[in-house]
Design a binder for this molecule. Structure first.
Ligand code: HAM
Length: 424
């Protein structure tokens, strides 16, 4: 029997981990600059958190959740996203009582039973931010600015931000009515999913990707035409601040996002390099979610981006990005005593923060040297009989090709390696 990972869930091997570490590091760096605190959430929640929070009629809840019963017949779900979980944690730990205004970020795996393809998998990873506790349009802009700053720091510029507003709950009722009226005359020509959505939530018809439905969706009424005065002002202010900060955006009147909790501002950051799955990240306001999950009425805004998609774009743009750090030192050994000395030195050096490796397979000196060359090690020391008895040896700077006489103690070696850590 040949075992394979579950379809749509893949291993990330050491060869590509450099990209992941870089992206995670940058997310943390930007989060620090924007003063967002990290939150780590369980991978599983009670199903209701998502079915209520995201909405029964969304594709995510309706088709894509990994839901199962545990041994006590409770329905649990592997999280398909983290916004609902963040709100659950915000309420569960009384953050809303201690300090209702919270700026939080997270990084971690999410699970959706979707058809795997480029930029879409069943286990994928998101980085995301949630700013809870203010309706001020500057907070929408803070979150969007976070996204742009991250892209800037990663050297990505060729991106576009799609922006729209879907108004408050009352606006959406009016908008849904308009959609119902409009789709009533076309729905018989549309797919069976849309026909079902027409009865349950006509807004979700706009999520449909089927080509037979596109002509009708393109002509559908736009949410922006159904805004109340407050929501219209909010949107105008968001755009005004974005202009002020020089953050580019384009209005996309059909953007409503695929999750039910959104209100007012919605946005997506798009990359041409991604093909059909072009959203690098997406988000918006969700002013009703805290209340929906049992808390006091509390506005909020956030976004999440797919790590795999971001890394795909980075790989496409800049192949040298994401190199793992080179090994500082390889200790090539001859004989049992050489190996023992190497083990002792490695222990002393590693505890001083120097990366060291040696041969664990009894390979010939020639093979060890070939390996050291192949991995591009910075320094090399050969430990043979003479070195063991004299406790003196030669350290070779592989980049420059120079060799130095050295006492074989961890401190003496560390001085040389540390001394040039930034030099080559
Ligand atoms: P979402 O649009 O469902 O929003 O997902 C956000 C991002 O996650 C997408 O733009 C995409 O980059 C990535 N993504 C989603 N599904 C997949 C998949 N199957 N494979 C690979 N990448 C994927 C949310 O999840 C909201 N919670 C965002 C949010 C936070 N809104 C407010 N706060």
């Amino acid at each position: 029997m040949k075992y394979e990972s579950v379809r749509g869930m893949r291993d990330i091997l050491p060869g590509e981990i450099g990209y992941w570490k870089q992206v995670e590091e940058k997310v943390r760096e930007v989060a620090t600059c924007f003063h967002y605190g990290e939150i780590r959430l369980p991978l599983m929640e009670h199903t209701e958190i998502f079915s209520r929070g995201i909405g029964e009629e969304t594709d995510v809840v309706n088709k894509e959740m990994y839901t199962f019963l545990d041994k006590k017949n409770r329905s649990l779900t592997l999280r398909p996203e983290a916004t609902a979980s963040v709100v659950r944690a915000y309420l569960e730990h009384g953050l809303h009582i201690r300090e209702p205004f919270q700026k939080l970020f997270y990084i971690g795996p999410m699970f959706r039973y979707e058809k795997p393809q480029k930029g879409r998998s069943r286990q994928f990873h998101q980085y995301g931010v949630e700013a809870i506790g203010s309706l001020d349009p500057t907070l929408d802009v803070d979150v969007i600015s976070f996204a742009w700053t991250l892209m800037d720091m990663l050297g990505l510029s060729d991106l576009s931000l799609r922006l729209n507003t879907i108004g408050c709950a009352e606006d959406r009722q009016r908008y849904k009515k308009a959609l119902s009226g409009y789709f009533a005359i076309h729905i018989d020509e549309m797919c069976t999913d849309c026909q079902r959505r027409y009865d349950s939530n006509p807004l979700r018809i706009l999520d449909c990707k089927k080509s037979q439905c596109q002509p009708y969706i393109q002509q559908a009424p736009a949410s922006i035409d159904y805004l109340c005065a407050d929501c219209a002002r909010h949107f105008a202010e968001v755009k005004g601040y974005l202009d002020e900060l020089g953050l580019n955006y384009g209005i996309d009147a059909r953007l409503i996002r695929g999750l039910d909790y959104y209100t007012r501002t919605v946005f997506e950051l798009i990359s041409k390099d991604l093909g059909a799955q072009d959203a690098l990240l997406g988000g918006g306001r969700y002013d009703g979610l805290v209340e929906l999950l049992g808390g006091p009425a509390t506005p909020a805004v956030g976004f999440a981006g797919g790590m795999e998609r971001l890394i795909l774009v980075l790989q496409e743009k800049n192949r040298s990005f994401g190199q793992e750090k080179r090994l500082d030192l390889f200790l090539a050994t001859l004989g049992e005593e050489g190996r023992l000395l190497a083990l002792t030195l490695a222990q002393g050096l590693r505890s001083q923060g120097i990366s060291v490796d040696l041969d664990y397979r009894g390979r010939s000196l020639r093979k060890q040297l070939g390996y050291a060359d192949q991995i591009g090690v910075r320094y090399l020391i050969i430990l043979g009989e003479n070195e063991v008895s004299s406790r003196k040896g030669r350290i070779k700077n592989m980049g420059r090709g120079q060799e130095y006489e050295i006492a074989l103690t961890a401190d003496a070696i560390a001085r040389i390696v540390h001394g040039s850590k930034h030099g080559d």
